[in-house]
Design a protein around this ligand. Structure first.
Ligand code: UDP
Ligand code: MG
Length: 312
């Protein structure tokens, strides 16, 4: 069985188009399949639309979250409810083309446990999004291990063994792309051109993308913490050299009082540097604090599948 995972947040317009496109593709493959749609606390009619489809089609399963937990948590919920031998997360806005799924299945049959779908062309994304994504991958892959493949989203095929490995990771802060890379397994890559959204708008504004990037870096690297050792060391060394310079200059030329501008600049510079360091420390301490509570990444209100128990 193949499980398709679709996190949905305010997608009332995209869902009917999504089902219309993905169901024939899955039927053509000729394997049994299920679609797990997670309603991530939508404020529009997403849940009603999902339920209307699920009431007619027993292959569609709905997991309703108690509020908006974010895409990473919605994906986690979907993974927890998946029972397929191969699992494929896909965005409901059809930016990830369903036509790629048969190709993924072929690769899976060849023995690959992970089949990544790489965006060979992101022209449907704005310049700023492409630029910031590229910067993020560069920085992340320089300071974190394992590296996450560039321009690869959540759209991928994962074998059951990968899904079971993911289910053993209980962290609250879930940067899924990083977790997918972290679990490893035998991987191959296929390429596709990213389409534009079929309906609605992106749920990730600049601020949310920034928080997401921070999540990725702090989840997989402690470099931002340890770098202060080197910055501190470098700055202390420079300060020592400057101190020596003043000392010998004073010995040679006598006391030199002027220097208000340079003093104030140095005070402000080091004040800023210290706050930056404390801020980064705060990011990690905050995350450790939240993580130590061991809260569940999501709360499900109910699950619904035609003919199953637990109907709303
Ligand atoms: N999504 C979600 N919860 C959120 C934000 C987004 O489940 O809090 C879903 C959304 O419905 C879509 C997918 O995640 O199916 C990707 O979102 P979007 O298309 O807005 O992201 P983008 O493609 O712009 O990166
Ligand atoms: Mg999208």
């Amino acid at each position: 069985m193949i499980t398709i995972l679709c996190p949905c947040y305010n997608e009332e317009e995209a869902i009917p188009i999504f089902f219309k496109e993905i169901i024939p593709v899955m039927e053509n493959i000729g394997e049994p399949f299920e679609l797990i749609c997670v309603n991530d606390g939508s404020e529009d009619l997403t849940l009603e639309v999902l339920l209307s489809f699920a009431q007619k089609d027993g292959r569609i399963k709905i997991v309703d979250l108690s509020r908006n937990f974010g895409k990473e948590a919605a994906l986690t919920a979907a993974i927890d409810h998946a029972s397929g031998d191969a699992v494929i997360p896909i965005d409901v806005d059809l930016q990830d083309p369903p036509e790629l799924i048969p190709e993924m299945i072929v690769k899976w049959r060849e023995g690959y446990e992970v089949v990544l779908a790489k965006r060979s062309d992101r022209l449907s994304d704005s310049f700023m999004k492409r630029f910031s994504a590229q910067l993020f991958y560069r920085v992340h892959n320089k300071i974190s291990k394992p590296a996450i493949p560039e321009n690869v989203g959540d759209f991928r095929l994962m074998d059951r063994c990968v899904v079971e490995a993911l289910k053993t990771l209980h962290e609250y802060h879930r940067f899924m792309k990083g977790l997918f890379a972290w679990v490893g397994f035998k991987t191959c890559v296929i390429e596709y051109t990213r389409r534009a959204r079929v309906a609605g708008g992106s749920k990730f504004n600049t601020w949310r993308l920034w928080k997401f990037a921070l999540e990725g870096i702090t989840s997989f690297s402690t470099f931002p913490l340890t770098m202060w050792l080197y910055i501190g060391g470098g700055v202390s060394f420079c300060a020592f050299c400057y101190g020596m310079l003043i000392f010998f200059r004073t010995l040679a030329y006598g006391v030199d009082l002027p220097g208000y501008a340079s003093s104030i600049c140095l005070i402000l510079f080091f004040g800023g540097l210290q706050m930056l360091g404390i801020g980064i420390l705060g990011e990690y301490v905050g995350r450790t604090y939240i993580e130590s509570k061991r809260r569940s990444p999501y709360i499900a209100r109910f699950c619904f599948q035609k003919g199953e128990q637990g109907a709303p």
